[in-house]
Design a protein around this ligand. Structure first.
Ligand code: GDP
Ligand code: MG
Length: 191
């Protein structure tokens, strides 16, 4: 599958822990294009696993995403994004910056998440929370088309993920700096 991504787009990775989001991001995008919730947790709390720092981590993540999109820079969000509300915040930021948002969904069998999470060195993810995330993802699948994404790409096997390629397409006419926008953009309670 070839995934077309406008060069000023917001790419929203969607998948439970262990679905391969960080790996996919590393393979297809520059490291500076990827904004990860784990990295933001580390920046605000010195710990990628600090769940109690979630609010601050996402405030930082949303701030970075907004500034990058404002400058017309391709931005990839590496977070589970399995909750409709998590995606809605990102879609709102993209819409306000007049940038397209593209969803890339890593929808693999639960056994794959389990075995990968079981063997990962960077953290242990409880099986319960992975099942919960997978449930949220499965329930999200029929909603994605109506949420406002310019494209929705669902990768549903390890083979499809391995064969996926990303093709960058020209961005919007806005160019690299659409202006600062109204002052209200920095005072909205989005993070
Ligand atoms: P994330 O939690 O969604 O960010 O998942 P990661 O990208 O960190 O991947 C979790 C584990 O699965 C890591 O140990 C990866 O090396 C492994 N992994 C990720 N993608 C693939 C893949 O396409 N194939 C295989 N075999 N392993 C993968
Ligand atoms: Mg990850």
């Amino acid at each position: 599958m070839s995934i077309d991504i406008p060069q000023d787009a917001l790419v929203v990775l969607i998948g439970p822990a262990g679905s391969g989001k960080s790996t996919f991001a590393r393979e297809h995008f520059r490291s500076t294009e990827v904004v990860s919730s784990d990295a933001c947790r580390a920046l605000v709390a010195d710990d990628e696993n600090a769940q109690d720092a979630t609010a601050d981590a996402f405030a930082l993540l949303h701030f970075i995403v907004r500034r990058r999109l404002r400058a017309g820079r391709l931005t990839v969000v590496d977070a589970t994004n399995v909750k409709p509300q998590s995606r809605a915040v990102l879609l709102t930021i993209a819409r306000r910056q007049r940038r397209p948002a593209v969803a890339v969904v890593l929808n693999l069998p639960e056994a794959v998440y389990r075995s990968r999470n079981g063997s990962r060195a960077d953290r242990s993810v409880p099986a319960d929370s992975v099942s919960f995330q997978r449930d949220l993802l499965v329930r999200s699948l029929p909603l994605l088309d109506k949420e406002g994404f310019a494209g929705v790409h669902v990768l549903d096997s390890e083979q499809t993920v391995a064969a996926a390629s990303v093709r960058r397409t020209p961005g919007s006419e806005l160019g690299s700096d659409p202006g600062q926008g109204p002052a209200i953009q920095t005072s909205l309670p989005l993070g």
